[in-house]
Design a protein around this ligand. Structure first.
Ligand SMILES: *Cc1c(COP(=O)(O)O)cnc(C)c1O
Length: 432
Protein backbone atom coordinates (compact mmCIF):
# COMPACT_ATOMS: atom_id res chain seq x y z
CA UNK A 1 0.00 0.00 0.00
CA UNK A 2 2.64 2.51 1.06
CA UNK A 3 5.08 3.42 -1.70
CA UNK A 4 8.64 2.33 -1.03
CA UNK A 5 11.20 5.03 -0.40
CA UNK A 6 12.81 4.16 -3.75
CA UNK A 7 9.47 4.38 -5.58
CA UNK A 8 8.77 7.76 -4.07
CA UNK A 9 12.23 9.10 -4.84
CA UNK A 10 11.76 7.93 -8.41
CA UNK A 11 8.42 9.64 -8.70
CA UNK A 12 10.07 12.66 -7.19
CA UNK A 13 13.00 12.86 -9.59
CA UNK A 14 11.13 11.77 -12.71
CA UNK A 15 8.03 13.89 -12.29
CA UNK A 16 8.86 16.79 -10.10
CA UNK A 17 12.39 17.70 -11.13
CA UNK A 18 15.54 17.29 -9.10
CA UNK A 19 16.02 15.41 -5.84
CA UNK A 20 16.93 18.01 -3.28
CA UNK A 21 20.37 17.67 -1.73
CA UNK A 22 22.41 19.47 0.97
CA UNK A 23 20.79 22.53 2.56
CA UNK A 24 17.82 22.20 0.23
CA UNK A 25 16.96 18.76 1.62
CA UNK A 26 16.68 20.09 5.19
CA UNK A 27 13.11 21.15 6.11
CA UNK A 28 12.68 24.92 6.10
CA UNK A 29 10.92 24.56 9.44
CA UNK A 30 14.20 23.22 10.86
CA UNK A 31 16.33 25.96 9.30
CA UNK A 32 16.82 24.54 5.80
CA UNK A 33 16.30 26.38 2.53
CA UNK A 34 12.60 26.57 1.53
CA UNK A 35 11.53 24.88 -1.71
CA UNK A 36 10.00 28.15 -2.82
CA UNK A 37 10.31 31.84 -2.03
CA UNK A 38 8.45 33.23 -5.07
CA UNK A 39 4.82 34.21 -4.63
CA UNK A 40 2.07 32.37 -6.52
CA UNK A 41 -0.13 34.15 -9.09
CA UNK A 42 -2.38 36.88 -7.69
CA UNK A 43 -6.17 36.73 -7.89
CA UNK A 44 -8.23 38.33 -9.36
CA UNK A 45 -6.62 39.40 -12.63
CA UNK A 46 -8.12 42.37 -14.50
CA UNK A 47 -7.63 43.44 -18.09
CA UNK A 48 -7.76 46.65 -20.11
CA UNK A 49 -11.07 45.78 -21.82
CA UNK A 50 -12.78 45.96 -18.42
CA UNK A 51 -11.14 49.28 -17.65
CA UNK A 52 -12.57 50.94 -20.77
CA UNK A 53 -16.00 49.38 -20.33
CA UNK A 54 -16.30 50.24 -16.62
CA UNK A 55 -15.15 53.80 -17.31
CA UNK A 56 -17.70 54.27 -20.09
CA UNK A 57 -20.47 53.12 -17.73
CA UNK A 58 -19.12 55.36 -14.96
CA UNK A 59 -19.14 58.36 -17.28
CA UNK A 60 -22.64 57.61 -18.58
CA UNK A 61 -24.24 57.76 -15.14
CA UNK A 62 -26.34 54.73 -16.14
CA UNK A 63 -25.25 52.56 -13.26
CA UNK A 64 -28.37 50.55 -12.51
CA UNK A 65 -29.61 47.78 -14.77
CA UNK A 66 -32.83 49.56 -15.59
CA UNK A 67 -30.92 52.25 -17.47
CA UNK A 68 -28.48 50.02 -19.35
CA UNK A 69 -28.04 46.72 -21.15
CA UNK A 70 -24.88 45.30 -19.57
CA UNK A 71 -26.45 43.09 -16.90
CA UNK A 72 -28.88 41.65 -19.46
CA UNK A 73 -26.02 41.10 -21.88
CA UNK A 74 -24.03 39.18 -19.28
CA UNK A 75 -27.07 37.10 -18.27
CA UNK A 76 -27.51 35.99 -21.88
CA UNK A 77 -23.82 35.20 -22.29
CA UNK A 78 -23.62 33.30 -19.02
CA UNK A 79 -26.74 31.22 -19.76
CA UNK A 80 -25.29 30.37 -23.16
CA UNK A 81 -21.94 29.41 -21.66
CA UNK A 82 -23.66 26.97 -19.31
CA UNK A 83 -26.17 25.66 -21.80
CA UNK A 84 -29.02 26.94 -19.63
CA UNK A 85 -32.18 28.60 -20.89
CA UNK A 86 -31.98 31.56 -18.52
CA UNK A 87 -29.73 33.29 -16.02
CA UNK A 88 -30.60 36.06 -13.57
CA UNK A 89 -27.93 38.19 -11.94
CA UNK A 90 -28.30 39.11 -8.27
CA UNK A 91 -26.19 40.85 -5.65
CA UNK A 92 -24.28 37.77 -4.44
CA UNK A 93 -24.35 33.98 -4.18
CA UNK A 94 -26.09 34.01 -0.80
CA UNK A 95 -28.98 35.98 -2.28
CA UNK A 96 -29.01 33.76 -5.38
CA UNK A 97 -29.74 30.83 -3.04
CA UNK A 98 -32.38 32.84 -1.14
CA UNK A 99 -34.02 33.82 -4.43
CA UNK A 100 -34.05 30.20 -5.64
CA UNK A 101 -35.61 29.02 -2.38
CA UNK A 102 -38.25 31.74 -2.50
CA UNK A 103 -39.38 31.15 -6.08
CA UNK A 104 -39.48 27.37 -5.55
CA UNK A 105 -41.58 27.98 -2.43
CA UNK A 106 -39.11 26.43 0.00
CA UNK A 107 -39.31 28.23 3.31
CA UNK A 108 -40.99 28.51 6.68
CA UNK A 109 -41.44 25.14 8.40
CA UNK A 110 -39.69 23.16 5.65
CA UNK A 111 -36.62 20.97 5.91
CA UNK A 112 -33.83 21.11 3.36
CA UNK A 113 -31.17 18.39 3.03
CA UNK A 114 -27.72 19.98 2.80
CA UNK A 115 -24.12 18.84 3.21
CA UNK A 116 -22.32 19.85 6.41
CA UNK A 117 -19.07 20.37 4.50
CA UNK A 118 -19.77 23.70 2.80
CA UNK A 119 -19.36 27.43 3.10
CA UNK A 120 -21.57 28.76 5.89
CA UNK A 121 -23.87 30.55 3.41
CA UNK A 122 -25.49 27.19 2.58
CA UNK A 123 -26.57 26.79 6.21
CA UNK A 124 -27.47 30.45 6.58
CA UNK A 125 -29.87 30.71 3.65
CA UNK A 126 -31.92 27.81 4.97
CA UNK A 127 -32.03 29.22 8.50
CA UNK A 128 -32.81 32.69 7.17
CA UNK A 129 -35.82 31.23 5.36
CA UNK A 130 -36.97 29.81 8.67
CA UNK A 131 -36.36 26.30 7.40
CA UNK A 132 -34.17 23.60 8.95
CA UNK A 133 -30.97 22.57 7.21
CA UNK A 134 -30.86 18.83 7.77
CA UNK A 135 -27.35 17.56 7.21
CA UNK A 136 -26.46 14.31 5.48
CA UNK A 137 -22.95 13.24 6.44
CA UNK A 138 -19.98 13.67 4.11
CA UNK A 139 -18.42 11.13 1.77
CA UNK A 140 -14.81 11.49 2.92
CA UNK A 141 -13.22 10.50 -0.40
CA UNK A 142 -15.06 13.03 -2.55
CA UNK A 143 -15.79 15.47 0.32
CA UNK A 144 -19.34 15.79 -1.13
CA UNK A 145 -22.72 15.07 0.46
CA UNK A 146 -22.89 11.25 0.78
CA UNK A 147 -25.86 10.08 -1.32
CA UNK A 148 -26.17 6.99 0.89
CA UNK A 149 -26.90 9.23 3.87
CA UNK A 150 -29.68 11.34 2.32
CA UNK A 151 -32.78 9.16 2.43
CA UNK A 152 -32.53 8.45 6.17
CA UNK A 153 -32.77 12.22 6.78
CA UNK A 154 -35.98 12.77 4.81
CA UNK A 155 -39.06 13.54 6.93
CA UNK A 156 -42.59 14.60 6.08
CA UNK A 157 -41.36 18.22 6.20
CA UNK A 158 -38.53 17.77 3.70
CA UNK A 159 -39.10 19.93 0.61
CA UNK A 160 -35.71 20.22 -1.05
CA UNK A 161 -32.20 18.91 -1.46
CA UNK A 162 -29.48 21.53 -1.78
CA UNK A 163 -26.37 19.74 -3.03
CA UNK A 164 -23.19 21.79 -3.01
CA UNK A 165 -20.50 21.06 -5.61
CA UNK A 166 -17.92 21.59 -2.99
CA UNK A 167 -14.43 22.88 -3.79
CA UNK A 168 -15.54 23.00 -7.46
CA UNK A 169 -16.02 19.26 -7.86
CA UNK A 170 -19.46 17.75 -8.55
CA UNK A 171 -21.81 16.15 -6.04
CA UNK A 172 -23.25 12.84 -7.25
CA UNK A 173 -26.12 14.27 -9.30
CA UNK A 174 -27.41 10.91 -10.63
CA UNK A 175 -28.11 9.71 -7.12
CA UNK A 176 -29.39 13.07 -5.85
CA UNK A 177 -31.82 13.58 -8.74
CA UNK A 178 -33.12 10.01 -8.37
CA UNK A 179 -33.76 10.50 -4.63
CA UNK A 180 -35.43 13.86 -5.30
CA UNK A 181 -37.75 12.37 -7.92
CA UNK A 182 -38.67 9.44 -5.70
CA UNK A 183 -39.60 11.72 -2.78
CA UNK A 184 -40.98 14.61 -4.84
CA UNK A 185 -38.35 17.13 -3.67
CA UNK A 186 -36.97 20.16 -5.52
CA UNK A 187 -33.22 20.38 -6.10
CA UNK A 188 -31.35 23.68 -5.76
CA UNK A 189 -27.71 23.27 -6.75
CA UNK A 190 -25.29 25.41 -4.80
CA UNK A 191 -22.77 25.79 -7.64
CA UNK A 192 -21.16 28.81 -5.97
CA UNK A 193 -17.71 27.17 -6.37
CA UNK A 194 -18.33 25.29 -9.61
CA UNK A 195 -18.50 27.52 -12.71
CA UNK A 196 -18.07 25.20 -15.76
CA UNK A 197 -17.95 22.04 -13.65
CA UNK A 198 -19.74 19.13 -15.31
CA UNK A 199 -21.84 16.07 -14.61
CA UNK A 200 -22.11 13.64 -17.54
CA UNK A 201 -21.40 16.46 -19.97
CA UNK A 202 -23.94 18.90 -18.51
CA UNK A 203 -22.78 21.99 -16.69
CA UNK A 204 -23.23 22.04 -12.92
CA UNK A 205 -26.04 24.35 -11.88
CA UNK A 206 -28.22 23.34 -14.87
CA UNK A 207 -29.27 19.87 -13.66
CA UNK A 208 -31.52 20.57 -10.68
CA UNK A 209 -34.59 22.85 -10.64
CA UNK A 210 -32.34 25.89 -10.20
CA UNK A 211 -28.61 26.46 -9.86
CA UNK A 212 -26.88 29.25 -7.95
CA UNK A 213 -23.52 30.89 -8.54
CA UNK A 214 -21.31 33.39 -6.73
CA UNK A 215 -19.15 36.05 -8.36
CA UNK A 216 -17.48 37.19 -5.15
CA UNK A 217 -13.87 38.42 -5.34
CA UNK A 218 -12.23 35.05 -4.62
CA UNK A 219 -14.35 33.09 -7.09
CA UNK A 220 -13.34 32.02 -10.61
CA UNK A 221 -15.67 34.53 -12.25
CA UNK A 222 -15.36 37.53 -9.92
CA UNK A 223 -16.74 41.07 -9.81
CA UNK A 224 -16.30 41.89 -6.11
CA UNK A 225 -19.76 40.81 -5.02
CA UNK A 226 -22.27 39.18 -7.35
CA UNK A 227 -24.29 36.07 -8.02
CA UNK A 228 -26.68 34.39 -10.42
CA UNK A 229 -29.62 32.02 -10.49
CA UNK A 230 -29.72 29.75 -13.53
CA UNK A 231 -32.70 27.72 -14.73
CA UNK A 232 -34.55 26.18 -17.65
CA UNK A 233 -38.17 26.86 -16.61
CA UNK A 234 -39.41 30.18 -17.97
CA UNK A 235 -42.23 30.45 -15.45
CA UNK A 236 -39.87 30.01 -12.49
CA UNK A 237 -37.26 32.34 -13.97
CA UNK A 238 -39.90 35.01 -14.72
CA UNK A 239 -40.89 34.85 -11.07
CA UNK A 240 -37.24 35.17 -10.02
CA UNK A 241 -36.78 38.19 -12.32
CA UNK A 242 -39.88 39.83 -10.93
CA UNK A 243 -39.06 38.98 -7.31
CA UNK A 244 -35.51 40.38 -7.53
CA UNK A 245 -36.90 43.65 -8.94
CA UNK A 246 -39.38 44.57 -6.19
CA UNK A 247 -42.11 42.30 -7.59
CA UNK A 248 -42.62 44.27 -10.81
CA UNK A 249 -44.25 42.42 -13.74
CA UNK A 250 -41.92 40.34 -15.86
CA UNK A 251 -42.86 37.89 -18.64
CA UNK A 252 -45.56 35.59 -17.33
CA UNK A 253 -45.75 37.59 -14.07
CA UNK A 254 -48.38 39.99 -15.34
CA UNK A 255 -50.36 42.79 -13.81
CA UNK A 256 -50.11 46.42 -12.84
CA UNK A 257 -47.74 47.83 -10.27
CA UNK A 258 -46.49 45.07 -8.02
CA UNK A 259 -48.39 41.85 -8.70
CA UNK A 260 -46.14 39.71 -6.44
CA UNK A 261 -44.07 40.44 -3.37
CA UNK A 262 -40.48 41.19 -4.11
CA UNK A 263 -37.18 42.52 -2.95
CA UNK A 264 -34.26 44.37 -4.51
CA UNK A 265 -31.34 42.11 -5.43
CA UNK A 266 -30.36 43.87 -8.68
CA UNK A 267 -26.79 43.83 -9.91
CA UNK A 268 -25.21 47.07 -11.11
CA UNK A 269 -24.06 47.70 -14.68
CA UNK A 270 -20.38 48.12 -13.89
CA UNK A 271 -20.30 44.77 -12.07
CA UNK A 272 -21.66 43.11 -15.22
CA UNK A 273 -18.99 44.86 -17.30
CA UNK A 274 -16.31 43.31 -15.09
CA UNK A 275 -18.00 39.92 -15.40
CA UNK A 276 -18.06 40.15 -19.20
CA UNK A 277 -14.32 40.71 -19.21
CA UNK A 278 -13.65 38.00 -16.60
CA UNK A 279 -15.71 35.52 -18.57
CA UNK A 280 -13.19 35.73 -21.41
CA UNK A 281 -10.55 34.01 -19.30
CA UNK A 282 -12.76 31.47 -17.52
CA UNK A 283 -12.41 28.57 -19.95
CA UNK A 284 -8.63 28.84 -20.34
CA UNK A 285 -8.15 29.22 -16.57
CA UNK A 286 -10.38 26.19 -15.97
CA UNK A 287 -8.39 24.08 -18.43
CA UNK A 288 -5.14 25.10 -16.76
CA UNK A 289 -6.43 24.30 -13.27
CA UNK A 290 -7.64 20.89 -14.44
CA UNK A 291 -4.34 20.08 -16.07
CA UNK A 292 -2.33 21.15 -13.03
CA UNK A 293 -4.65 19.36 -10.58
CA UNK A 294 -4.33 16.12 -12.58
CA UNK A 295 -0.55 16.49 -12.60
CA UNK A 296 -0.44 17.09 -8.84
CA UNK A 297 -2.78 14.09 -8.29
CA UNK A 298 -0.43 11.91 -10.32
CA UNK A 299 2.48 12.74 -8.02
CA UNK A 300 0.68 12.82 -4.67
CA UNK A 301 -0.92 9.40 -5.22
CA UNK A 302 2.50 7.90 -4.36
CA UNK A 303 2.95 9.82 -1.10
CA UNK A 304 1.79 7.74 1.88
CA UNK A 305 -0.75 9.54 4.06
CA UNK A 306 -1.69 12.18 1.46
CA UNK A 307 -5.10 11.46 -0.13
CA UNK A 308 -6.25 13.95 -2.80
CA UNK A 309 -9.99 14.67 -3.14
CA UNK A 310 -11.62 12.19 -5.53
CA UNK A 311 -14.12 13.09 -8.23
CA UNK A 312 -17.12 10.83 -8.90
CA UNK A 313 -17.04 8.93 -12.16
CA UNK A 314 -19.08 10.96 -14.65
CA UNK A 315 -18.06 14.28 -13.12
CA UNK A 316 -15.47 16.92 -14.00
CA UNK A 317 -14.30 19.41 -11.41
CA UNK A 318 -12.92 22.93 -11.77
CA UNK A 319 -10.73 23.01 -8.61
CA UNK A 320 -11.87 26.08 -6.77
CA UNK A 321 -9.71 24.47 -4.08
CA UNK A 322 -7.20 21.67 -4.45
CA UNK A 323 -7.78 19.54 -1.36
CA UNK A 324 -6.32 16.44 0.18
CA UNK A 325 -6.59 14.59 3.45
CA UNK A 326 -3.61 14.09 5.71
CA UNK A 327 -3.71 10.66 7.36
CA UNK A 328 -1.55 11.08 10.43
CA UNK A 329 -0.89 7.33 10.93
CA UNK A 330 0.42 6.87 7.39
CA UNK A 331 2.27 10.18 7.04
CA UNK A 332 3.82 10.15 10.51
CA UNK A 333 2.90 13.79 11.14
CA UNK A 334 -0.16 15.58 12.48
CA UNK A 335 -2.06 17.81 10.08
CA UNK A 336 -1.06 20.86 12.08
CA UNK A 337 2.64 20.02 11.94
CA UNK A 338 2.39 19.13 8.23
CA UNK A 339 0.78 22.51 7.44
CA UNK A 340 3.37 24.37 9.46
CA UNK A 341 6.12 22.59 7.51
CA UNK A 342 4.38 23.21 4.16
CA UNK A 343 4.01 26.93 4.84
CA UNK A 344 7.66 27.11 5.85
CA UNK A 345 8.53 25.64 2.43
CA UNK A 346 6.73 28.58 0.80
CA UNK A 347 3.41 26.88 -0.01
CA UNK A 348 0.38 28.66 1.50
CA UNK A 349 -2.35 26.31 2.69
CA UNK A 350 -5.39 26.21 4.96
CA UNK A 351 -7.26 23.64 7.01
CA UNK A 352 -10.62 24.46 5.38
CA UNK A 353 -14.03 24.18 6.98
CA UNK A 354 -14.44 23.30 10.63
CA UNK A 355 -17.43 21.53 12.22
CA UNK A 356 -19.52 24.70 11.92
CA UNK A 357 -22.63 23.04 13.36
CA UNK A 358 -20.96 23.39 16.76
CA UNK A 359 -20.24 27.12 16.39
CA UNK A 360 -23.51 28.33 17.89
CA UNK A 361 -25.66 29.31 14.92
CA UNK A 362 -27.84 26.21 15.23
CA UNK A 363 -28.76 27.02 18.83
CA UNK A 364 -29.24 30.66 17.84
CA UNK A 365 -31.73 29.64 15.15
CA UNK A 366 -33.73 26.97 16.94
CA UNK A 367 -34.06 29.02 20.14
CA UNK A 368 -35.49 31.94 18.16
CA UNK A 369 -39.10 33.01 18.18
CA UNK A 370 -39.53 32.26 14.49
CA UNK A 371 -38.28 28.70 14.72
CA UNK A 372 -40.30 27.98 17.84
CA UNK A 373 -43.40 29.14 15.98
CA UNK A 374 -42.59 27.24 12.78
CA UNK A 375 -41.64 23.81 14.13
CA UNK A 376 -43.05 21.59 16.88
CA UNK A 377 -40.81 21.54 19.97
CA UNK A 378 -40.31 17.79 19.51
CA UNK A 379 -38.83 18.34 16.05
CA UNK A 380 -36.39 20.99 17.27
CA UNK A 381 -35.35 18.61 20.04
CA UNK A 382 -34.78 15.68 17.69
CA UNK A 383 -32.98 17.99 15.24
CA UNK A 384 -30.53 18.99 17.93
CA UNK A 385 -29.94 15.32 18.79
CA UNK A 386 -29.22 14.47 15.13
CA UNK A 387 -26.22 16.76 14.91
CA UNK A 388 -23.68 13.91 14.84
CA UNK A 389 -21.52 13.68 11.71
CA UNK A 390 -18.49 11.48 12.33
CA UNK A 391 -17.26 11.47 8.72
CA UNK A 392 -17.51 15.21 8.45
CA UNK A 393 -15.79 15.72 11.80
CA UNK A 394 -12.92 13.54 10.61
CA UNK A 395 -12.66 15.36 7.28
CA UNK A 396 -12.59 18.72 9.09
CA UNK A 397 -9.65 17.38 11.14
CA UNK A 398 -7.74 15.98 8.14
CA UNK A 399 -8.28 18.31 5.16
CA UNK A 400 -5.67 20.64 3.69
CA UNK A 401 -6.62 23.15 0.99
CA UNK A 402 -4.62 24.99 -1.60
CA UNK A 403 -6.38 27.97 -3.16
CA UNK A 404 -7.14 28.01 -6.89
CA UNK A 405 -4.54 30.64 -7.80
CA UNK A 406 -1.80 28.12 -6.93
CA UNK A 407 -2.95 26.13 -9.96
CA UNK A 408 -2.92 29.09 -12.36
CA UNK A 409 0.81 29.50 -12.86
CA UNK A 410 3.35 27.20 -14.46
CA UNK A 411 4.11 23.49 -14.21
CA UNK A 412 7.16 24.50 -12.15
CA UNK A 413 4.77 25.91 -9.50
CA UNK A 414 3.13 22.48 -9.25
CA UNK A 415 6.55 20.84 -9.02
CA UNK A 416 7.33 23.17 -6.12
CA UNK A 417 4.14 22.13 -4.32
CA UNK A 418 4.87 18.44 -4.92
CA UNK A 419 8.53 18.79 -3.96
CA UNK A 420 7.62 20.54 -0.73
CA UNK A 421 5.16 17.78 0.21
CA UNK A 422 7.64 15.01 -0.65
CA UNK A 423 10.40 16.80 1.24
CA UNK A 424 8.18 16.91 4.31
CA UNK A 425 7.31 13.24 3.90
CA UNK A 426 10.98 12.28 3.61
CA UNK A 427 11.80 14.29 6.73
CA UNK A 428 8.77 13.18 8.72
CA UNK A 429 10.93 11.56 11.39
CA UNK A 430 12.80 14.79 12.10
CA UNK A 431 9.68 16.96 11.89
CA UNK A 432 7.44 14.88 14.13
C1 LIG B 1 -19.17 31.70 -1.98
C2 LIG B 1 -20.23 30.70 -1.64
C3 LIG B 1 -21.56 31.05 -1.37
C4 LIG B 1 -22.03 32.46 -1.19
O1 LIG B 1 -21.67 33.34 -2.17
P1 LIG B 1 -21.48 34.91 -1.81
O2 LIG B 1 -21.38 35.50 -3.18
O3 LIG B 1 -20.23 35.01 -1.04
O4 LIG B 1 -22.67 35.35 -1.08
C5 LIG B 1 -22.48 30.04 -1.17
N1 LIG B 1 -22.13 28.76 -1.19
C6 LIG B 1 -20.86 28.37 -1.42
C7 LIG B 1 -20.54 26.92 -1.45
C8 LIG B 1 -19.87 29.33 -1.64
O5 LIG B 1 -18.61 28.94 -1.82
Amino acid sequence: MAASAGGLAMAYSAQAGAILTGEASKPALLGGRPVRTKPFPQWPVWDASAEEHVLSILRSGNWFRGSGETVTQFEKAYAELLGARRALCVVNGTNALLTAMHVLDVGVGDEVIVPPYTFIATYNVVFQSCALPVFADTDPETMQIDPDKIEARITERTRAIMPVHILGQPANMDRIMAIARKHNLVVIEDACQAWLGEWRGRKLGTIGDLGCFSFQNSKHLPCGEGGAVVGNDDGVMDRAQSFHNCGRPYGSVKGRGYPIIGTNRRMTEYQAAILLSQMKRLEADTAKRREHAAYLDSILKDVPGILPQKVYEGGRGVYHLYAFRVKQEALGLSRGRFMEALRAEGIPCSSGYGPQYRDGLIEDAINSKNFKRSFPAARLKSYREELVYPENDRLCAEAVWLTQNLLLGTKQDIDDIANAIIKIYENRGKLA
